[in-house]
Write a protein that binds this ligand. Structure first.
Ligand SMILES: Nc1ncnc2c1ncn2[C@@H]1O[C@H](COP(=O)(O)OP(=O)(O)OP(=O)(O)O)[C@@H](O)[C@H]1O
Ligand SMILES: [Mg+2]
Length: 200
């Protein structure tokens, strides 16, 4: 694949404002650039199965199977949506990607090395951004039925893994505890400076 665009990933806990911020970032960037906004699990065959078939307690699969399904969805998503948009020179904003697998299936006990291995064929993002909100705050924000990944203890473990990648310089932290528009401004400013660095 000849990649001409820029691949940006937005990560964070459930309810941290990823979808809100991905949408606002897409609106801000689309004034001057072509943007393609997408999310995982994808809307493809495997992503649809994940959304309908394994995120809730009564339908839970073994964690390894779950990790493999997310990795398989990622490949399908990459081939059908991410790669074509990038080859057209678009800025691709993806709500959740490999760090979600590392943080969630990692917090469920799988080795980070194995999760990285099964995702080794997936395209690497140019930048991955972690919207950091405290687990207490996200649980307050979530009104709808909570999936199995949304209890306080799990959120704390998930956040710890995300923060480890922030410390290692793989994820860029944005403070997500602030008001929606304040977070959006900080995110937009950060992305503009990152794009400048790569001359896009
Ligand atoms: N900065 C903010 N302050 C307060 N509430 C917010 C903020 N950002 C988003 N919200 C609200 O929090 C809820 C969750 O936001 P959103 O759906 O964007 O999160 P998410 O990370 O995409 O969640 P999920 O992982 O479940 O898809 C929504 O009701 C949204 O309106
Ligand atoms: Mg969302």
């Amino acid at each position: 694949m000849s990649k001409k665009g820029v691949f940006i990933v937005i990560e964070g806990l459930d309810g941290s404002g990823k979808t809100t911020q991905a949408t606002l970032l897409a609106n801000n960037l689309s004034k001057t650039r072509e943007v393609f906004c997408t999310a995982e699990p994808s809307r493809g065959k495997i992503g649809t199965f994940i959304r309908q078939g394994c995120l809730y307690e009564e339908k839970r699969l073994p964690t390894e199977a779950e990790a493999l399904l997310f990795a398989a969805d990622r490949i399908e998503h990459m081939k059908n949506e991410l790669a074509p948009a990038l080859s057209q020179g678009k800025i691709v904003i993806c709500d959740r990607y490999i760090y979600s697998s590392l943080a969630y299936q990692g917090s469920a006990g799988l080795s980070l090395a194995w999760i990285k291995t099964i995702n080794a064929r997936a395209l690497q993002p140019d930048f991955s951004i972690f919207i950091d909100v405290s687990p207490e705050q996200v649980l307050k924000r979530l009104q709808r039925k909570k999936s199995v990944m949304e209890t306080l203890e799990i959120q704390q473990k998930v956040r710890e893994i995300y923060l480890k990648f922030v410390e290692e310089g793989e994820l860029i932290l944005i403070d997500g505890d602030k008001q929606r528009d304040v977070v959006a401004e900080a995110l937009f400013a950060k992305v503009l400076s990152l794009l400048k660095n790569i001359n896009y």
